[in-house]
Design a protein around this ligand. Structure first.
Ligand code: HEC
Length: 338
């Protein structure tokens, strides 16, 4: 009888512990390790967003304080904040439209970056931090790259094409083969087992491309081309800054003069170089120099391949229509080595 009771209590305890653990896991928001990020600065990064977007006259200013909230200074802002708990904070719920009929601000949502900054600031403890330099938003304690919108690495825009053309290729880490269980074809699959947000040196995605090329685990394996130092650094910074899936404006711009230096060589190195360089270049086609690119542009094969009319290049995905247009415009203008 006593044994039965003990068993029942043990089972009950086990059950409640597991429910608690599942709850804990569910509550962790998308793996973002805020403690590892540079401190977001209230005075220069957060306060101005609230002032500009919420404390406007007739809304949450000191006179009106709609709904009992004003966002004019740190003390009043804190009435809508639960430190360390962005998801429970009234202000964060309002700007993300959770639990509210109307998303705030009513005349247009905050940008993805502003929301992320606010969330990281709250989850870091929502302190009244001051920064050394005013005006810029790059100077938290140690330079907060989350705030530097123009310079930061954007997964979709800057990394995914390189990952797709270097790792997510047929027979390797594509959707079908996903060698060793690693699928490198989207943000979700990369985040599932290759990245630990905030910690590049414990993230497989970074360690396998940055070790010694002679090591057994080095990626991409021979005869594929190693990832360039610039891309390696970008991956490092992206992970270090939280491995976010930001929506960024495209850098592709077809309004000015398209040059080999500014647009074409960057586009080719992002999407093609992994297979078209060195002694093992696919089909012996070298696209790592102006001459190489010009040769395949002139014989029509390059454009046909990126359009997918003859063969699909890069294999598995298409460059954006804006990038295609850049190549066409550059060609129409004489495909100069400008
Ligand atoms: C994952 C490796 C890989 C990537 C990335 C890649 N290629 Fe290729 N490419 C190949 C292979 C393999 C072939 C040979 C295919 C064949 O002949 O069946 C090839 C062939 C070509 C050809 C010859 C097509 C023809 O009609 O004979 C061109 C041109 C070409 N690639 C251009 C590009 C360009 C431009 C990019 C980037 C926008 C690119 N490739 C990216 C692997 C790649």
């Amino acid at each position: 009888m006593k044994g039965k009771k003990t068993l029942r209590i043990t089972l009950l305890l086990l059950f409640s512990t597991s429910v608690f653990m599942i709850f804990q896991i569910r509550c962790r928001h998308d793996g973002l390790n805020v403690a590892a990020l540079d401190k977001v600065c209230y005075q220069t990064e957060i306060g101005p967003i609230f002032l500009r977007s919420c404390a406007t006259t007739g809304c949450h200013d000191s006179q009106r304080g709609k709904g009992g909230y004003s966002f004019t200074d740190y003390t009043s802002v804190m009435k809508a904040i639960t430190p360390f708990k962005a998801q429970n904070s009234t202000a964060y719920k309002a700007i993300t439209g959770k639990g509210f009929v109307q998303l705030m601000p009513p005349d247009g949502a905050l940008s993805e970056n502003e929301r992320i900054l606010i969330r990281v600031w709250i989850d870091q403890g929502a302190e009244n931090t001051t920064c050394t330099t005013t005006g810029g938003i790059t100077t938290g304690t140690g330079g907060n790259t989350l705030g530097t919108l123009a310079n930061k690495v954007c997964f979709q825009r800057d990394l995914l094409p390189v990952l797709l053309s270097s790792c997510g290729i047929t027979g390797c880490h594509d959707q079908t083969t996903h060698k060793s269980g690693y699928n490198v074809t989207s943000y979700a699959t990369v985040m599932s087992n290759l990245v630990k947000a905030g910690s590049p040196t414990t993230s497989k995605l970074y360690t396998v491309i940055s070790g010694s090329p002679s090591s057994e685990n080095f990626m991409p394996p021979k005869p594929y081309t190693a990832i360039s130092t610039a891309v390696k650094d970008s991956i490092y910074n992206w992970i270090k800054n939280g491995a976010l899936n930001d929506v960024c404006t495209t850098l592709c711009d077809t309004t000015g003069v398209i040059t080999y230096q500014n647009q074409i060589s960057a586009l080719i190195s992002k999407n093609c170089i992994s297979c078209h360089t060195g002694t093992n270049a696919s089909k012996g086609i070298l696209l790592d120099t102006y001459t190489g690119v010009k040769t395949y542009l002139d014989n029509g094969k390059l454009l046909a391949a990126v359009k997918g009319t003859t063969i699909q290049m890069p294999p598995g995905y298409k460059i954006t229509s804006c990038e295609l247009r850049e190549i066409e415009l550059w060609k129409a203008n004489g495909a100069k080595q400008n």
